[in-house]
Design a protein around this ligand. Structure first.
Ligand code: ADP
Ligand code: MG
Length: 359
């Protein structure tokens, strides 16, 4: 019904170029997440989709309608923000009904929709309360209910969980995804939080400084980051990035402290591992393996071990370069150990362009 298509979209505020030619394709009923650091242009893009800002150039289509110059009210969208913006003097019931009354919906339909949304979000017992008598999580549910009651074809979310504490964030996140699956609308969700992006998205758009750096399923983008930026942005703790050099044979990397790491699949970098070439090696903390018996290629000095329950987060050094390693608690690592490490998966980037060398 309503796919979202954005072509060559730009937005400048005076001399500030915030969006620099963005393309976005979201299939009907898709859940798209726009993720990136603060200031990269996420909210601006969402506000352009909503019609709250005017595009400098480019095109926005909802289904086969060109909506680029349409007013917000003509776009059939509903927005959920970080701040709930409930009407403080109206009860939950009246907050839920507000958008429908504004559109002169008849009273019977309003009652029916409010009942429906209230049941869906578990608000039945709260309908006569004022917002000040609700918890943060309940307020956010009312804000979502208000959006849902209008039955829009497209939902736009701008960091809707930011004001909630960690436990509630995880719960409302699950609620949002379930609601999306139930409602059959198209969702566009903006966040700086990579966990939200990874868990919610069918399709993830990683934004950096006003451009889309990578698009794909969360799995795909996580496993095959196309740039150093994307690689470093996704994953916690962040991917280790080490300056390295390709060895004489083009089959191993020379690392800090003169250690050598063989490249298990050199064919994956075909033609890009010229002997002597400088590269940036990326290894996720969870992609290290301890190998006490075998011929582990690396030795890392352990500075500090943090116990996180199921796993250890180890702060180590390779030569002089800091390294984060995550291992099972059973690995029994101690401060002062010289840890024999192999790697399960590695990423290589061009130090100048930041682009992945993987074909
Ligand atoms: P994000 O949501 O990713 O944190 P925003 O889209 O809010 O980023 O902002 C991106 C950039 O655009 C920021 O540098 C911000 O200062 C700038 N910006 C946003 N809105 C305006 C505006 N109305 N006037 C001038 N600059 C703006
Ligand atoms: Mg924002």
């Amino acid at each position: 019904m309503v796919a979202v298509t954005v072509r060559s979209l730009t937005k400048s505020f005076g001399a500030t170029h915030v969006l620099k030619g963005v393309d976005v394709d979201i299939p009907d009923r898709g859940f798209a997440v726009l993720v990136g650091p603060s200031g990269c242009g996420k909210s601006t893009l969402l506000r352009l989709l909503a019609g709250l800002e005017e595009a400098t150039s480019g095109e926005i289509r909802f289904g086969d309608r060109d909506v680029t110059r349409l007013q917000p009210r003509d776009r059939d969208i509903a927005m959920v923000f970080q701040s709930y913006a409930l009407y403080p003097h109206l009860t939950v019931r009246d907050n839920l009904a507000f958008g429908l009354r504004l559109r002169k919906t008849d009273a019977a339909t309003i009652d029916q929709r409010v009942a429906e949304v209230s049941a869906m979000l578990g608000l039945d017992k709260l309908l006569d309360r004022l917002p000040k008598a609700l918890s943060g999580g309940q307020r956010q549910r009312v804000a979502m209910g208000r959006a849902i009651a209008r039955r829009p074809h497209i939902f736009l979310f701008d960091e809707p969980l930011s004001n909630l504490d960690a436990a509630l964030r995880a719960q409302v996140r699950v609620d949002i995804r379930k609601l999306h699956d139930q409602l059959g609308a198209t969702s566009v969700y903006v966040t700086h939080d990579q966990v939200e992006a990874m868990t919610l998205a069918d399709r993830m758009f990683v934004l950096n400084k006003g451009v889309v750096e990578q698009v794909g399923s969360p799995r795909d983008v996580y496993d095959r980051p196309r740039t150093r930026f994307v690689a470093g942005f996704l994953g916690s703790p962040a991917m280790n990035m080490l300056d390295a050099r390709v060895d004489e044979a083009g089959r191993a990397l020379v690392l800090p402290g003169d250690q050598r790491l063989p490249i298990a699949d050199p064919a994956a970098f075909a033609g890009r591992l010229q002997p002597g070439r400088k590269v940036v090696l990326g290894v996720r903390p969870h992609d290290f393996i301890v190998d006490r018996d075998g011929a582990a290629p690396l030795r890392a000095g352990v500075d500090l071990v943090e116990l996180l329950g199921p796993e250890l987060q180890i702060h180590a050094r390779l030569g002089d370069v800091p390294l984060t390693v995550c291992l099972e608690t059973a690995a029994g690592v101690r401060r002062g150990d010289s840890l024999p490490l192999a790697v399960r998966a590695l990423h290589l980037f061009d130090p100048d362009t930041g682009e992945s060398l993987r074909c």
